[in-house]
Design a protein around this ligand. Structure first.
Ligand SMILES: Nc1nc2c(CCc3ccccc3)c3nc[nH]c3cc2c(=O)[nH]1
Ligand SMILES: [Zn+2]
Length: 377
């Protein structure tokens, strides 16, 4: 039985070192944290139907403002009842503001005080994402957790550029808060900490954002090509600066190892394209590490992909069959591989949360990583 919390309410249940287990209320259910959020960029977690998702059990998935604004259009989705009804998903949805997608997709884009102007990667048309506009889009989509418009500073940006950029990100964050009254329609709004790889700028960004009443705080600007050590260093410095009584969301991270390290450093929420994207190129995450289903050694292997896994794919099919589907580029390969990878990530979170509640997280983390070999894929 899970407790029902009001949208925006965050309850910190247990700490195990700096690892946390909590509950976050949203308009579409109460999330148990730490939580992994599968990415559903265009209104679907690629290759999965909402029935597959319901069987896998995520409480929250991600949608993408940039993509849904360009196609089919946020106002069209609103006229059709909002993103939940449009895609048949009744759990929670978090949407990114779209700024990151504009920066990460090539094409013309300009950053000004007013916002980001860019060209659509679909038809080349020109658009402006202002703080007010991205809030309006996310309100139209009916997202349960909205993100502010921010500039994700490119990896390697110098200190002067990074310092200037975080000031703009703070001004944009303030405008987003002003455009969306607290918890209006049960929709939460998170701030995003920037500051690149400069610890003092990270502290400055966090300090400025914490003066604004956000429902949660994301750590942005990571998973942008830096080394694991650099990411962990900034994370270790930044996470503890954020309020204890608000959820902390590490954007775009990461591998199973990164998730466990992030949890140990006090992160509550994660998203990453790895489980879905890698499923489509045959890379699978298992209790014995990362592997690739196309390896010749699996060609006649009758065993389940992961004997320790209870997902539909591992309960029903052999490695030989999964390899056959993948080599034949059969559509079923993408669905079965994705079901397994998402199940692996969600189950890792479930086990991590149980370990925190039982005050044995460090031993759990060591045990998982001891068996986790990043096999050549
Ligand atoms: N707004 C924003 N998003 C980021 C994402 C996308 C996460 C996302 C959320 C919702 C849907 C898709 C993607 C990042 N992904 C990797 N590193 C990232 C950094 C940032 C960032 O600094 N700011
Ligand atoms: Zn499985």
């Amino acid at each position: 039985m899970t407790t029902h919390l009001q949208p925006g309410e965050f309850s910190l249940l247990t700490q195990c070192g700096t690892a946390r287990a909590g509950l976050l209320g949203t308009a579409h259910g109460t999330l148990e944290t730490p939580v992994f959020m599968p990415v559903g960029t265009q209104g679907t977690v690629k290759a999965l139907g909402p029935d597959d998702l319901a069987a896998l059990g995520p409480r929250i998935i991600l949608g993408n403002t940039y993509h849904l604004y360009l196609r089919p259009g946020d106002e069209r989705v609103a006229r059709l009842g909002g993103l939940h009804q449009f895609m048949g998903w009744n759990g929670a949805i978090l949407t990114d503001s779209g700024g990151f997608q504009v920066f990460s997709l090539q094409g013309l884009r300009r950053i000004e005080e007013e916002g980001v102007t860019f060209q659509s990667h679909i038809d080349g048309s020109r658009h402006l994402f202002s703080p007010e506009k991205v809030v309006s889009i996310q309100r139209n989509l009916g997202s349960d957790i909205m993100m502010v418009l921010d500039e994700c500073v490119p990896y390697g940006a110098d200190r002067e550029y990074t310092a200037k950029s975080l000031q703009l990100t703070t001004r944009w964050a303030r405008r987003c808060r002003e455009a969306h009254p607290a918890l209006d329609r049960g929709q939460l709004l998170f701030g995003i900490v920037q500051g690149g790889f400069f610890p003092d700028l990270r502290a400055e960004s966090a300090r400025q954002l914490m003066e604004i009443p956000f429902d949660g705080f994301a750590i942005g600007g990571l998973s942008v090509g830096e080394s694991r050590a650099e990411m962990l260093d900034i994370l270790a410095h930044t996470a503890p600066l954020l309020p204890q009584d608000k959820p902390r969301y590490l954007m775009g991270v990461g591998t199973p190892r990164d998730l466990l390290d992030g949890i140990a450093l006090g992160v509550d929420m994660f998203d990453c394209v790895l489980p879905t994207r890698n499923a489509r190129n045959g890379t699978l995450f298992t209790s014995f590490g990362k592997t690739n289903i196309k390896l010749a050694k699996y060609a006649e292997d009758p065993a389940p992909l992961d004997p320790a896994c209870t997902c539909y794919t591992c309960r029903t099919f052999s490695r030989a069959y999964l390899r056959h589907l993948y080599m034949a580029r059969e559509l079923l390969a993408y669905r079965l591989n994705t079901i397994h990878n998402i199940h692996y990530y969600l189950d890792l979170m479930r086990q991590a949360r149980a370990a925190i509640l039982e005050h044995r997280f460090e031993a759990f983390r060591r045990d998982i990583l001891a068996h986790y070999e990043d096999e050549a894929t």
